[in-house]
Design a protein around this ligand. Structure first.
Ligand code: 5AD
Length: 467
């Protein structure tokens, strides 16, 4: 009765939280299973950022509740953002849920599960559901355990490291301050130690995670010589032997001061890929969103990044149809979107989140208008991405070989610009940084051939022999 399946909705922070919960459960003797039909405990780690994400998880929970009829010991838990956002209210719709555990209580999941199982085995009366969505000081420090790959699985080459929880920015549309709480950073030494341990395990690529990573440590550490704590952290992770690539998400444009821009010039392990949420290109809407920058400042940051690293890949988040967004406002967004020449973008139709300031703003935008604006941006994105792909064909890109692709016929990895790459390889190359000649590509995926040193040397000899 100890087989657990965790299904994760939403962002990379949620992925990381699920992984940490899985690691904690494993050390307690639970088995993490890949197939949800084979589990005794199903944990849904949820997202609240848009209504659709909540509805998806609620639909899933409603569907699986009936498993209790033929599997009486089945346990269903709702974790994370939606648990935090809705709490006990979830039981109105989902009366058979056993656990509702908020974002500051992930580390309590093993205890709650143990207690629930012990109560069931002893035949003691069981509470309708265990609900814990309280705040807990220091909870940001509990997301640190990593699952070790199983004996014959492909070795892990890339890892997420949580550096911070919560956000104090209060963007008018956003539920995150409610679901994740106040900004709290982990101690820098702990993060660096975690990265060192990952490096010792063969991890080559680290992605630092937080809701607003560029604010990392701002209340805990001094700026030294104009260098923010976040850039100090980047420097320390950069110094770790074995770590070859560093990424981070999500930053705030406000955090792109000179020290971070310059870091791209002097820290070669920092990949030339930045996710830079723009949200809107209209100054009027940015103000209404409570985003403290202008379209002009945003473009300046993009230009500064490309001045330091001309091959920079930039992705973004955009919300279309924020309350009061006129055609003129959208036109401003469209123009800035085009001018930034994004490699990737996530375009969202504004979704009302109750309890946020924007939920009470008048002038909500009809869905057809949101959809048309969404499509207009996606079309530009597709053209931009394909243009970038076309420019890459024939070029050599460094890929970090991750393992077999979905088909099992080829291998997959990522370029420094965060494009997925597909190629033929040998399993011994997993975890290696290998040059790949790009042969063709789609909007998001590159297909190519690895340029292996041995092969190259042989080819060179042949050429020399001919001369
Ligand atoms: N509606 C639509 N999109 C939203 N996002 C955040 N809140 C909302 C909302 N209420 C988007 C933002 C953010 C991304 C993670 O989700 O673009 O950057």
């Amino acid at each position: 009765m100890n087989r657990v399946h965790i299904k994760t909705y939403g962002c990379q922070m949620n992925e990381r939280d699920s992984e940490a919960v899985a690691a904690m459960l494993r050390t307690r003797g639970y088995r993490i299973v890949a197939n949800e039909n084979d589990c005794d405990v199903l944990l849904l780690n949820t997202c609240s950022v848009r209504d659709a994400a909540e509805q998806k998880a609620i639909g899933k929970a409603a569907n699986v509740q009936h498993r209790k009829k033929h599997q009486p010991n089945f346990v269903l838990g709702i974790l994370g953002c939606m648990a935090q956002n809705r709490g006990a209210q979830l039981l109105d719709q989902l009366p058979d849920v056993d656990l509702i555990i908020g974002t500051q209580k992930f580390h309590q999941v093993p205890d709650y599960l143990d207690n629930l199982r012990a109560a069931r085995e002893s035949g003691a009366p069981i509470p309708t559901a265990i609900i814990d969505i309280a705040a807990e000081a220091g909870s940001q420090n509990t997301i640190r355990d990593h699952v070790e790959p199983e004996a014959n699985a492909a070795p892990q080459v890339s890892a997420f490291v949580s550096i911070q929880q919560g956000c104090n920015m209060d963007c008018a549309f956003c539920i995150v301050p409610k679901t994740r709480g106040d900004e709290r950073s982990r101690p820098m030494d702990d993060i660096v130690r975690e990265c060192q341990q990952l490096a010792e395990r063969g991890i080559k690529e680290i992605t630092l995670l937080g809701q607003i990573v560029t604010s990392y440590g701002r209340k805990d550490y001094a700026h030294t010589g104009g260098i923010t704590p976040f850039v100090q952290l980047l420097e320390r992770v950069h110094a770790i032997d074995g770590i070859e690539r560093i990424r981070f998400t999500s930053p705030h444009p406000r955090g792109f001061k000179q020290d971070l821009i310059e870091a791209y010039g002097r820290l070669p392990k920092l990949c030339e890929y930045v996710h830079l949420p723009m949200q809107s290109g209209s100054n009027r809407i940015l103000k209404a969103m409570n985003r403290p920058y202008s379209r002009e400042r945003y473009k300046e940051i993009v230009d500064a990044l490309r001045a330091v690293r001309p091959d920079m890949y930039i992705s973004t988040d955009i919300i279309v149809g924020f309350p009061g967004e006129t055609d003129e406002d959208f036109e401003q967004t469209r123009q800035l979107f085009e001018a930034c020449n994004y490699d990737m973008a996530y375009v969202f139709k504004y979704s009302i989140r109750s309890g946020t300031p924007a939920a009470d703003m008048g002038d909500q935008i009809p869905d057809e208008v949101k959809e048309a604006r969404n499509q207009a941006l996606l079309q530009i994105l597709q053209q931009n991405s394909l243009r970038r792909t076309a420019a890459l064909v024939g070029q050599i890109e460094e890929v970090l070989v991750e393992g077999p692709d979905k088909t099992g016929q080829k291998f997959t990895g990522r370029t420094r610009g965060n494009r997925v790459a597909i190629f033929d390889a040998h399993p011994r190359l997993i975890g290696q940084l290998v040059p790949m000649r790009v042969e063709r590509g789609t909007v998001s995926t590159l297909y190519g051939e690895l340029v292996l040193a041995g092969v190259d040397a042989a080819a060179e000899q042949k050429i020399e022999a001919r001369i």
